[in-house]
Design a protein around this ligand. Structure first.
Ligand SMILES: [Mg+2]
Length: 371
């Protein structure tokens, strides 16, 4: 169904009619000029994120339902990264004519699944038209007690550096999708050439490529090869915000001194913590958690797996520091790994490799100059 058929208000109605707020802080949700929120005893956390088609996502790889899920999760992740609890979300979409009502419903179903997982109320948003594609702007609102908020600037000398989950897999998932996309396009190109030959030298007009090729009966069914790499795809397409880790840390009585989520890669996030906390760091390559599938894929692509783990983005794991006294507690936490420690600022940012060499960590990986 064309969106024009039901109009903007019709669409909003359809998308939001059965949304029921779950949080007491949501006094009034969708339906008036503003949503009304009430936070009597907490600090309010706000994060916002804009995603542009062709820049941040490619709809040849990701379907709208996964995109909705991911758009919500990356915002929720930022609230957890402050040690907060996500509560509300607003969602704004700019849609070009090629999107139907059903497409937007798909997007919303993914978005709502992610919100439901963490008890987040959708309290408003906007939809508008776009000439160029899909643009998504999401704002997530959360709460935390003042004393619980964890900033990036609290890391202290001798603190331990920890990460949740494993790193580099989302990036490898993207490489995998790109590889399969280029295989597919090559196949179409080949079929096109073949079709052109079949049609006795007639040139195949652009835009009619696939059908021309199909007429010639030469385009094979395309089956992307993802066998044994499901985890990488999952990490790229079905992003998870690590609220479970926040929960575990609370239960264990551990309060991180600094924390952030890893959206741009471990290296650059570590730099942010060090810079804002005025400290240095020492990270051990052999401690960096890497999944088996990530390692296999890196080898297939002839890439250094540590570089992928340090620079690959979109892991949305948590990077945090804790006082050295929490060493034992941290070691007992499942899915959290100790990767190094905080040092004096003057000692810089050091990566200790598997063979005990020391290199300087850079926002993009590390340099081959000895630290
Ligand atoms: Mg963040």
């Amino acid at each position: 169904m064309e969106i024009a058929k039901i109009g903007e208000f019709g669409l909003i109605d359809r998308l939001t009619k059965d949304i029921k707020p779950q949080n007491t802080s949501t006094q009034y949700g969708v339906g008036d000029d503003c949503a009304v929120l009430h936070y009597p005893d907490s600090e309010v956390l706000i994060t916002t994120d804009m995603l542009m088609e062709g820049v941040h996502f490619d709809l040849t790889y990701i379907d709208l339902q996964h995109l909705g899920w991911k758009s919500a999760m990356v915002n929720i992740s930022d609230i957890f990264a402050m040690n907060g609890t996500p509560r509300q979300m607003t969602v704004s979409l700019a849609l070009s004519k090629r999107f139907s009502v059903e497409d937007v419903e798909q997007f919303y179903s993914g978005l709502r699944m992610a919100c439901d997982k963490w008890g987040v109320d959708i309290v408003g948003g906007d939809t508008t038209s776009s000439y160029t594609g899909l643009a998504i702007s999401i704002t997530c609102i959360g709460e935390a007690r003042k004393e619980d908020i964890v900033y990036r600037n609290g890391a202290k000398e001798t603190d331990l550096i920890c990460v949740s989950g494993d790193l580099g897999a989302a990036y490898m998932g993207l490489q995998l999708l790109e590889r399969e996309k280029s295989v597919y396009y090559q196949m179409i190109e080949d079929a096109k050439k073949k079709a052109a030959t079949v049609h006795a030298g007639a040139t195949v007009p652009d835009g009619a490529t696939v059908s021309a090729a199909s007429t010639a009966g030469s385009i094979p069914d395309f089956q992307p090869d993802f066998a044994g790499k499901e985890y990488l795809l999952q990490r790229q397409l079905k992003t998870e915000a690590r609220g479970d880790i926040i929960q575990k840390l609370r239960e264990a009585g551990i309060r991180p001194t600094a924390m952030m989520d890893i959206s741009d890669g471990l290296s650059s996030e570590l730099m942010h913590i060090c810079k804002q906390s005025h400290v240095g760091c020492r990270v051990f390559e052999k401690q960096i958690p890497i999944d088996y599938q990530t390692a296999v894929m890196a080898e297939e692509l002839n890439m250094n797996v540590t570089t992928c783990a340090l620079n690959g983005g979109e892991d949305y794991e948590l990077l945090f520091t804790v006082p050295i006294g929490d060493h034992e507690k941290i070691q007992q936490l499942e899915d959290v790994k100790l990767i190094g420690h905080i040092t004096k600022e003057s000692l810089g940012h050091v990566l200790v490799t598997r063979d005990d060499q020391e290199f300087e960590l850079k926002a993009q990986g590390w340099t081959m100059e000895k630290a």
